[in-house]
Design a protein around this ligand. Structure first.
Ligand SMILES: NC(=O)c1ccc[n+]([C@@H]2O[C@H](COP(=O)([O-])OP(=O)(O)OC[C@H]3O[C@@H](n4cnc5c(N)ncnc54)[C@H](OP(=O)(O)O)[C@@H]3O)[C@@H](O)[C@H]2O)c1
Length: 251
């Protein structure tokens, strides 16, 4: 991890105000991104939130948003250090994996570095962080939310690297769901279509298409879908959720 401190577990669960002792705890990666930030804001209504990201200014904004939010700087690609994010926590109820990288690359131009970058952050990181969190999630009968993509169902030209990583993430979730069934842990794949965030803006800079934010999903709408996943009745898990624009874009 390039930066610390880790979420000094007991301390991170300590209430910042009276009466919060019993609040569940939610860890969100990619919290400094468009969707992650919206998830932090949504979940902070009734959770202590451990918000993980790299951008220091945005982490500071998240910490200012609510005293229920603890901002934790971390480079997730330091995979060996991922357990530090959960070590010593008193409880952990929800993990939302939002951090990811997405570059449009023609297959012929994608390098091993590109493949490793996508597979590392989009697959290995959620796998390893979830693995480290399993004992706590078992204790809470918690929920793992893997933010996937429409690209986790359909691969298109110019998107092989990102799509392959999201297909892998879906497979990870499907297999994990079966393995943790005896523990009562729920595993949900949430697949947004185009969302108005920096990631999408970055993708559009490489395409010969105008960026039209009004046509894309708002990050808060994805956060609402994740709220529905987390709040689902005790008797169910929402295994796969597609969040599409109300009016689908033409290819
Ligand atoms: N936007 C879309 O159209 C769209 C569509 C479908 C699915 N998704 C998925 O939704 C999720 C969130 O995407 P988004 O649109 O919110 O993206 P975003 O705004 O670009 O945010 C990406 C997040 O990932 C974090 N991140 C990147 N590399 C990291 C690293 N090495 N260590 C720690 N954090 C790192 C960034 O942190 P820093 O900025 O602090 O470095 C940022 O918080 C992703 O899984 C993405 O694949 C997005």
């Amino acid at each position: 991890m390039t930066t610390t401190p880790p979420p000094t577990p007991s301390a991170s669960n300590s209430p910042g105000e009276a009466g919060q002792q019993q609040l569940p705890v939610c860890l969100v990666t990619g919290a400094t991104g468009g969707i992650g930030r919206a998830v932090v804001e949504e979940m902070a209504a009734d959770h202590h939130v451990i918000a993980v990201g790299r951008n220091q200014d945005r982490l500071a904004q998240l910490a200012d948003f609510s005293d229920r939010v603890r901002a934790v700087p971390a480079d997730l690609t330091d995979v060996e250090s991922l357990p530090e994010l959960v070590d010593g926590l008193d409880r952990l109820d929800v993990v939302v994996h939002a951090a990811a990288v997405s570059h449009r690359l023609d297959f012929a131009e994608a390098t091993p570095k590109d493949w490793r970058e996508h597979l590392e952050l989009n697959v290995v990181v959620p796998a390893e962080l979830t693995r480290a969190a399993l004992p706590l999630l078992k204790a809470s009968r918690g929920t793992v939310v893997l933010i996937n993509s429409g690209a986790g169902f359909t691969a298109t030209a110019g998107n092989s690297v990102y799509a392959a990583s999201k297909f892998a993430l879906r497979a990870l979730g499907d297999a994990l769901r079966q393995e943790v069934k005896p523990d009562g842990i729920r595993v949900s794949s949430v697949h947004p279509g185009p969302v108005d965030t920096e990631m999408l803006r970055g993708i559009y800079t490489t395409m010969d298409k105008p960026y039209r934010p009004e046509e894309y999903i708002r990050p808060a709408s994805v956060a609402q879908a994740i709220r529905t996943v987390v709040d689902a009745g005790e008797d169910v898990q929402l295994t796969t959720v597609s969040v599409r624009p109300r009016v689908e874009q033409k290819g």
